[in-house]
Design a protein around this ligand. Structure first.
Ligand code: SAH
Ligand code: SF4
Ligand code: F3S
Length: 486
């Protein structure tokens, strides 16, 4: 578990919605790469929304005759979909760019493009700083990629970083990249209006807008028909989803949207991320409680346990209000998994504030948390208004204490599950052995169990199937069990 601590301490992980893909870069893979005359390679950083955007980009590039490759050496076009949320995330991208620039030096015909939040933040400065970059495209401008690529092929530098108030890519069917064929992410909104003072996202992603509900349900239904069994609805703040349909006769809130997606089939699990505590309503909680296939799991980032710091962060809730929300979740959905995001060492944070965060963690008994030390971002309200005055070694020491408490809480939470039986959706082979399956329960905990069931009735299981698993043991990160027919 030390790896986990070090990873987080370095701020290495900038993604967050799905542990297994956190901060990992990936390159896509197609079944029939020969069907395309040219090849592109794309690698993604940051949150799941960025990964979902890469799947939109892949769809646009396919139509332009570019097939994906996992091997950047054979690509005509190299794209990096970038994240700006912490300085470390940007450093990682810069390092990757220097590697790709070497390739470009050897083969000047290759085009290198920077997409996503860092492209939006730095705009054409990227072309001045990183001379070998040919294309810079912000998150709302992917539809113009075909034109930009043509410009770049003609030897011009191509930039489009215009943000939009409307763009949701609703009509573009994402090409699923690196998929397990069982779980998929579906964007339901873009942008963020919240202006948490530490956060760069409102500047890189623009105003909040909700995607057409009909197109969301259609995409989820198609996924189900293709054999997918779980969708995660994605947005920076899903609980403020709000859509009035075209005939103006239906207002769709997030609770209504959840219900519509849950009704596609009882066999389709529904998850969502992220919930800002201020916006999650009783209606949403009751909808979760009312549908077996809406997972009992809420990612409810607290950021800090101190009301004073929460106010400086502009989170708009107090410590007591957040605790009230957690109490309400436990009342309406008693077995709900809850996870959090925590920032250590925000401007002016004192030992007393930090201790309140540790206290808050103990109270909420988070099953899991993503933990970071504060990284000042240019242009944010915090950078303009406050001094980044907590010394780095104190930030790191506090983060270490936060991580230690979370490790303890995760282990305690997992130990409580020993002896319980959960319905698990099989996602594939376990990482360690192809003799074991890996899946998740409703609470989003990973469960590993042997394929060879003692009961012959369970033979022929495959990924995408549901199975009951009795938990017999655990580590801090994983439940271990065996298939049961009880
Ligand atoms: N919309 C999501 C969060 C997006 S960013 C939400 O509101 O929960 C993901 C997480 O990164 C945040 O929850 C926060 O914990 C962390 N983060 C954002 N800006 C940061 C910064 N400047 N320094 C350190 N961590 C930051
Ligand atoms: Fe950033 Fe706050 Fe918006 Fe989340 S809700 S993306 S932390 S501004
Ligand atoms: Fe990073 Fe942009 Fe997501 S800054 S966390 S990739 S919205």
């Amino acid at each position: 578990m030390i790896d986990f601590v070090i990873d987080k301490m370095n701020g290495d992980t900038s993604g967050r919605h799905n542990e297994s893909r956190q901060g990992e870069a990936y390159a896509p893979f197609f079944n029939d790469p020969e069907a395309y005359s040219k090849k592109f390679y794309i690698e993604s950083y940051g949150c799941q929304m960025n990964f979902a955007d890469s799947e939109i980009v892949a769809s646009i590039l396919n139509k332009e005759g570019f097939g994906a490759t996992r091997n950047f050496q054979e690509a005509d076009l190299i794209f990096i979909n970038t994240c700006s949320v912490r300085e470390k995330a940007e450093q990682t991208v810069r390092k990757r760019l220097t590697e790709y620039k070497k390739i470009k030096n050897q083969n000047p015909g290759i085009l290198i493009g920077v997409l996503g939040c860092m492209a939006e933040r730095l705009k054409s400065k990227f072309l001045e700083e990183e001379k070998l970059v040919d294309i810079v495209v912000g998150p709302d401008a992917y539809r113009t990629l075909p034109v930009l690529i043509k410009e770049a092929e003609g030897g011009q530098k191509a930039v489009n970083v215009l943000l939009s108030r409307e763009e949701t890519y609703a009509d573009i069917s994402p090409v699923r990249l690196d998929s397990n064929g069982v779980t998929a992410f579906v964007s339901i909104m873009r942008g963020c209006n919240n202006m948490c003072t530490f956060c760069v996202v409102p500047f890189t992603r623009g105003r909040e807008r909700s995607r057409d509900a009909g197109s969301i349900v259609k995409e989820c239904k198609e996924l189900f028909d293709q054999g997918y069994r779980e969708v995660t609805l994605l947005g920076q703040n899903v609980d403020s989803y709000y859509y009035i349909n075209e005939s103006n006769d239906e207002t769709i809130t997030f609770a209504k949207l959840l219900e519509k997606v849950a009704r596609i089939s009882p066999l389709l699990r529904v998850r969502f991320s992220t919930s800002h505590p201020k916006d999650i309503t009783d209606e949403v909680l009751q909808t979760i409680a009312g549908y077996e296939n809406i997972c009992n799991y809420i990612h409810l980032p607290v950021q800090s346990g101190s009301t004073r710091i929460l106010q400086l962060m502009n989170r708009t809730y107090t410590r007591e209000w957040y605790i009230g929300k957690v109490d309400r979740i436990r009342e309406l959905i008693p077995d709900c998994g809850i996870s959090s995001d925590i920032i250590s060492g925000f401007c002016t944070e004192m030992e007393e504030d930090h201790n309140q965060t540790l206290d808050m963690m103990e109270y909420c008994k988070y099953d899991m948390s993503y933990m970071f030390f504060y990284s000042e971002r240019p242009g944010t309200l915090a950078q303009k208004r406050f001094k980044d005055d907590v010394p780095e070694e104190i930030k790191k020491r506090r983060l270490q204490e936060v991580v230690e408490i979370q490790n303890k809480l995760s282990l305690e939470s997992n130990k409580k599950d020993i002896g319980k039986t959960f319905k698990v959706l099989i996602e594939g082979d376990s990482k360690r052995s192809d003799k074991d399956w890996m899946g998740r329960n409703s609470q989003n905990k990973v469960i590993v169990f042997p394929k060879t069931a003692e009961n012959p009735g369970t033979a022929g299981l495959k990924k995408g199937d549901y199975v009951n698993v009795a938990v017999t043991d655990c580590t801090q990160a994983t439940l271990i069990g065996k298939i049961t027919c009880d």
